[in-house]
Design a binder for this molecule. Structure first.
Ligand SMILES: Cc1ncc(COP(=O)(O)O)c(C=O)c1O
Length: 383
């Protein structure tokens, strides 16, 4: 048989999914692996989806999305993100944030282009780069997980096409300050680049921090591809709905790629998203408080146990170093699973600089987190 795709063959299966599958088969395992909020999807979203199906909304949706949804997204990005857009030209509904990322890659890059990404960072970026023949230039984050602005500047070449940011961040929990964001924006403008801004965790910010969308800043709308989703805010990862906001030129390219690869997103589910967007965002305040308690608990316990750990500013992940225990992240992850039945993701899947780290998702109820921390403590004491 002739050889199959090198690019995809080179790609490992998702370690997170494997961990999740392993954990699913065993009742004793506490999973701190998966990036999925644990609260219930709002009833109105579910009802919107069901009612659409009852009304026989079962045909192809318009390629870029249902107009009512696009209009609501225009309103949302204006009111929440201060992004001025026109739903007819600047927004496309996607299959989750994941496909918004794919569309960003499909529309911006040519093979051989370079993208700059602070590392550690979300796994999919690295493989989208590979799939589209883009060279990833990984820039190691500072100790506190902030971006290394000077190193980013130095990494620019004539092939650099874009910088990608994800704030609040998976896996580090870092959130860009306005100063850091502006420093990145200056680099983008000075070097005539695009900025891909993955904002799926925009609502998960602690200690009163505020999210700024780069597309709202001067001269940035035309240069920015904003990626977002229904998944994390509405705890609706299975709806598979997200969206991208960008210039007309980019959205037109995205539409063509979308048309010939997936032909649109789930039609009835879009009515669920419509109902979710009509909700008062106040519903999220209590949820955020709960996540904040979890953040403090996990951070405090890890610190007491002797991990090198940075307090997360946003998202629902924490990424400690296991160096103090003289092992790497994958050994830690394997052994703590075997010995204490706690599923934790090894850091090396998030890039080249996090082999000595692990990523913990604290999107789990407090009692389970306490139990998981007790087990990790036992594991460490037995080393
Ligand atoms: C940073 C980041 N971007 C995008 C996604 C994908 O989101 P979705 O489930 O909406 O495809 C995730 C999911 O974990 C993520 O962590």
């Amino acid at each position: 048989m002739k050889e199959t795709s090198h690019r995809i063959a080179k790609t490992p299966k998702s370690a997170i999914r494997e961990l999740f599958d392993l954990a699913a088969g065993r009742s004793d395992i506490i999973s701190l692996g998966i990036g999925q909020p644990d609260f219930k999807t709002p009833k109105s979203a579910i009802k919107g989806n069901i009612e659409a199906l009852k009304g026989n909304i079962t045909m192809y949706a318009p390629t870029k999305g249902v107009p009512e949804l696009l209009e609501l997204l225009e309103k949302k990005v204006k009111e929440v993100n201060s992004i001025e857009s026109n739903w007819k030209e600047n927004i496309i509904v996607t299959n989750g944030g994941s496909q918004a990322i794919t569309l960003a890659f499909a529309s911006v890059f040519n093979p051989g282009d370079e993208i700059i990404i602070s590392s550690p960072n979300f796994v999919s970026y690295f493989y989208c780069s590979l799939f589209f023949g883009v060279k990833t230039v990984e820039i190691q984050r500072n100790e506190d997980f902030s971006p290394n602005i000077e190193a980013i500047k130095k990494a620019i070449t004539e092939k650099t096409k874009a910088i990608l940011i994800n704030s609040p961040n998976n896996p580090t929990g870092h959130a860009l300050s306005l100063t850091q964001l502006k420093a990145i924006v200056d680099i983008v403008i000075d070097n005539d680049l695009y900025l891909i801004s993955d904002e799926v965790y925009e609502n998960y910010l602690y200690d009163g921090l505020k999210h700024t969308s780069p597309a709202s800043l001067n001269e940035m709308f035309e240069r920015t591809i904003t990626v977002n989703a229904m998944s994390k805010l509405f705890s609706a990862t299975g709806f598979r709905l997200g969206y991208a906001v960008a210039s007309k030129e980019i959205i037109d390219l995205m539409e063509k790629y979308h048309q010939y690869t997936v032909a649109g997103t789930n039609h009835a589910a879009q009515y669920g998203f419509i109902e979710a967007l009509k909700m008062d965002i106040g519903f999220f305040e209590k949820i955020l408080e709960t996540f904040n308690k979890r953040r403090i608990l996990v951070f405090t316990r890890l610190k007491e146990m002797g991990f090198d750990v940075i307090k997360p500013l946003g998202s629902f992940y924490i990424m400690p170093s296991v160096k103090p225990f003289n092992m790497n992240g994958s050994k830690f992850s394997r052994d703590v699973m075997k010995e204490q039945a706690v599923a934790i993701v090894p850091g090396d899947i998030f890039g080249s600089f996090s082999e000595h780290m692990i990523r913990i998702s604290y999107a789990t109820e407090i009692s389970k987190l306490e139990e998981a921390m007790d087990r990790v403590e036992k594991f460490i004491k037995n080393l």
